[in-house]
Design a protein around this ligand. Structure first.
Ligand SMILES: NC(=O)c1ccc[n+]([C@@H]2O[C@H](COP(=O)([O-])OP(=O)(O)OC[C@H]3O[C@@H](n4cnc5c(N)ncnc54)[C@H](O)[C@@H]3O)[C@@H](O)[C@H]2O)c1
Length: 417
């Protein structure tokens, strides 16, 4: 038995072959990461270093872990959501030498146990998603937190938590805000979430989108993608917002804008993407149509108030895999996908591989940056040059070239007379 197999906590090692096929499939569609894998194998930027990751455990993430491993790291990984783990991929990763703590459907205790196990691995650097590792490190393990040389954060919700810690002056190690790179949120949050949310909804419900009314709650980077793709599928789209600027943007992109309680009466589908809790609450639920379908694409399962839904329901039953029916006293039925967890990951395969290729290229380069350059504790932007490098790699992988400023244009741009 290998060391990874000995230490890992996964569902079934026998599934490894199937998981490896999934990893190899995405590898074929991730040319940026393939390039970095080769570079890292030659340069060994993480030689002998322990690195722990907390990410949705599916094939693209698995390949990122293998790229970091190719750079010389000893890698351990835990899931960032109990419903997004693919057990075959977890087994495939273990077979390829990555110590893995995750299984699909982990209870809250098991999930928390996996997060602690990945920290017991005693990493010197981390990749975090939603700042779950940061929270445990700062609440329970301050000495371990102070030993870390740094890490990278994947998502908007994690950045919000880390920024709050940084502003309070308590963040004990440097974190690179990968989410804030242009090559992350412009493409992953918008096009990735836009496509994969509808993939998750369609495969789970097997119902049509065209002609239906979709309510998108939150018109940030993810919400823009979800609304854009709903429109492309033929839906009528309503946007709800709390930010006047984003509300204007939604209106000028051609969507109806109104408060959630008003939108509640019209929606056939509701997708929350705010990073804020209880954005769909009792007052909205009370006005929803019979058969309305609710899904969340924000990081945590708090955006649709499950306590409100449960208190309104007379009966709750599972009617299809990943769909729960809440029947109200007046007979109306409201459907919740994937227990309100990220619909595109808990009820699908997550973002397309080509999109995650850019995000994970940023993760890999961000990790190398923080390991090699020793930043001060706090939240840091990824260097602009790295962001631009990833865009160039993307264009190159497509065989697309672009123009360059001439010397005369450079001078013109930087002069005032
Ligand atoms: N599903 C995925 O794969 C995926 C991918 C990337 C990010 N995320 C998560 O999605 C969430 C949103 O990320 P983002 O990058 O779009 O963030 P963002 O900050 O760009 O957008 C969030 C928007 O929600 C709005 N909002 C806040 N409260 C609201 C309310 N009560 N009603 C209506 N609108 C409200 C904000 O004004 C803002 O415009 C975060 O939790 C992030 O971590 C998920």
């Amino acid at each position: 038995m290998s060391q990874a197999q000995d230490k890992s906590q996964i569902r079934d090692f026998e599934l490894a072959g199937q998981g490896e096929l999934k990893i190899d499939w995405v590898r074929d569609h991730m040319p940026l990461l393939r390039q970095l894998e080769e570079r890292f194998r030659a340069e060994q930027p993480f030689a002998g270093k322990r690195i722990s990751m907390c990410l949705h455990l599916e094939a693209k993430t698995a390949y990122l872990a293998l790229v970091v491993q190719a750079g010389g790291a000893d890698v351990a990984i835990a899931a960032s959501n109990p419903l997004s783990t693919q057990d075959d991929v977890a087994a495939g990763l273990v077979k390829r030498g990555v110590t893995t703590f995750a299984w699909y459907g982990a209870t809250q205790d098991e999930y928390q146990g996996h997060l602690r196990a990945v920290l017991d691995y005693d990493p010197i650097a981390v990749i975090d998603d939603g700042a779950d590792l940061a929270t445990i490190l700062h609440q329970e393990r301050p000495e371990q937190a102070a030993r870390l040389i740094g890490g990278c954060e994947e998502t908007t919700t994690g950045i919000i938590r880390l920024r709050a810690m940084s502003e309070e002056g308590i963040l004990k190690y440097p974190m690179i805000a990968v989410n804030d790179a242009d090559c992350k949120h412009l493409f992953d949050n918008r096009y990735g979430t836009g496509q994969s949310v509808w993939d998750g909804v369609m495969r789970t419900t097997n119902l049509v989108i065209a002609g239906k009314t979709v309510v998108v709650v939150g018109y940030g980077w993810c919400g823009k993608g979800v609304a854009m793709r709903a429109k492309g599928l033929g839906a009528k789209v309503i946007v709800t917002e709390v930010d006047p600027i984003r509300a204007v943007e939604a209106a000028m992109d051609g969507f109806s804008v109104m408060p959630i309680v008003e939108a509640a009466e019209h929606g056939d589908y509701f997708i929350t993407v705010t990073g804020v809790k209880h954005v769909i609450h009792r007052a909205a639920m009370e006005r929803m149509k019979d058969g309305a379908i609710l899904g969340n694409a924000g990081h945590f399962d708090v955006e649709i108030s499950k306590p409100d839904l449960a208190s309104l329901a007379k009966n709750v039953r599972r009617v299809r895999p990943n769909i729960d029916e809440y029947q109200f006293a007046d007979g109306r039925r409201i459907y919740l996908i994937a227990e309100g967890r990220l619909v595109n990951l808990a009820a699908g395969d997550g973002h397309p591989a080509e999109v995650m290729d850019m995000t994970f290229a940023l993760q890999a380069l961000g990790l190398r940056e923080v390991v090699q350059h020793r930043y001060e504790p706090g939240l840091h932007m990824i260097p602009r040059a790295t962001d631009v490098e990833v865009a160039r790699m993307r264009l190159q992988s497509w065989g697309v070239s672009i123009d360059h400023l001439t010397d005369a244009q450079e001078v013109y741009l930087h002069s005032w007379h």
